[in-house]
Design a binder for this molecule. Structure first.
Ligand SMILES: [Zn+2]
Length: 130
């Protein structure tokens, strides 16, 4: 990241952090998700455009060394989201807002490392017209 991008990210972070701090009782996963969904991700699933709701997630497009990983929070979703929002604020382009179904499918697609298998899957999809 260049010096300018870094300064710009920092300004963005500070601007939104102040905004965030003005909201009282803003500590629950549900509130944090709903806030950033509206603020940054058009309040809808990136794939199907369904409006934000239950089960939506901020999907990591890639991880960084210091990052919020759900598995490290022992199921404490409030704590996880308080940590995650710092990363969303500092680089919103690293995430996609996805509904539960599309989060699952994107993760499934990403888990397929075998190129042949992936190509056969795409071919099967193209051959299917149900
Ligand atoms: Zn969706």
């Amino acid at each position: 990241m260049s010096r300018n991008q870094s300064a710009s990210s920092r300004r963005y972070y500070l601007k939104h952090r102040e905004e965030r701090m003005e909201l009282s009782g803003f500590n629950k996963a549900k509130e944090i998700k709903s806030y950033w969904a509206k603020k940054i991700y058009k309040n809808r699933c990136y794939v199907c455009r369904k409006p934000f709701g239950k089960g939506f997630a901020f999907h990591h497009k890639w991880y960084e060394q210091i990052d919020a990983r759900y598995r490290d929070f022992n199921g404490n979703t409030d704590k996880y989201h308080r940590e995650l929002e710092k990363f969303i604020i500092s680089n919103p382009k690293r995430f996609l807002l996805l509904c539960k179904a599309h989060h699952h499918f994107v993760e499934w697609g990403a888990s397929i490392k075998d190129k042949g298998l992936w190509n056969r899957f795409l071919i099967a999809r193209r051959m299917t017209n149900t």
